[in-house]
Design a protein. Structure first.
Length: 244
């Protein structure tokens, strides 16, 4: 199967710092792929190269067979990339419904139809009861879920989620995992940045590991958790994961 997203030797240099260093990877339609790595590994910078917030120093981003290096973020969204951000930034003076409606206007010109689509999205992410609530009054967990809803509203070909479970408690994490599993079962394709390895193991088909900007490992969650280079990157030389 041809890759939906194909990253070819992508690098991003900031003066002497190689934040992303010759990374190649791909995502096929229907996959759920996670990117993990210690703090400062280059994960969010890598996402920014894919979605257009940053231009690569070298390499190419190919999406649906099209090289998109020169496309702005809104142009990449238009052709099928949906993305959340590590720091949730809803339009806080607007309602939850209005925040989601903004995304539905990508494919809908009618106000009524855009509203209907937004309601469908909110129902999908179990937020319909919060439709009229001011976004600035949401809890962290609700803001994280709103970020997913806003990405879904674009009707994307692929969803790139940047640590949507960061800061959540165990119950909220479980709810988020259930949502991702449900959306994946409906046919959605995901590329996810996540820091918690145990969370990754719950839903990922394939895991990529970045460390100091480089791709150091790729495989199933179990393979990655047992890879010496991954243990070293997270815990240091001579350590092992604690039994749980």
């Amino acid at each position: 199967m041809t890759a939906m997203l194909d990253i070819q030797h992508a690098s991003k240099h900031f003066l002497g710092l190689r934040a992303v260093d010759d990374v190649s990877m791909s995502v096929k339609k229907g996959e759920i792929v996670s990117i993990i790595g210690p703090n400062g590994a280059g994960k969010t910078t890598f996402f920014n190269l894919i979605t257009g917030q940053l231009a690569p120093t070298m390499g190419d981003v190919v999406f649906l067979g099209q090289k998109v290096n020169d496309l702005a973020p809104h142009q990449r969204a238009k052709i099928g990339m949906g993305r959340t951000f590590q720091i949730s930034k809803p339009l806080i003076a607007m309602s939850v419904l209005e925040n989601v409606m903004i995304g539905t206007f990508k494919n809908e010109s009618s106000m009524n139809r855009a509203k209907e689509k937004a309601i469908e999205v909110l129902e999908t992410v179990s937020m319909l009861d919060l439709a009229g609530k001011r976004s600035g009054d949401l809890t962290l967990s609700q803001r994280r879920r709103l970020e997913v809803a806003r990405a879904l509203a674009l009707e994307p070909q692929i969803m790139l989620l940047d640590e949507v479970m960061a800061g959540l408690n165990q119950s909220e994490v479980s709810q988020s995992i259930e949502l991702l599993q449900r959306l994946h079962a409906q046919g959605h394709t995901f590329l996810i940045i996540e820091h918690n390895l145990k969370v990754v193991r719950a839903f990922s088909e394939r895991v990529l590991v970045l460390d100091q900007g480089r791709l150091i490992a790729e495989g199933s969650a179990e393979e990655i958790l047992n890879a010496p280079e991954v243990i070293k990157a997270y815990l240091g030389e001579g350590h092992q994961w604690k039994k749980s």
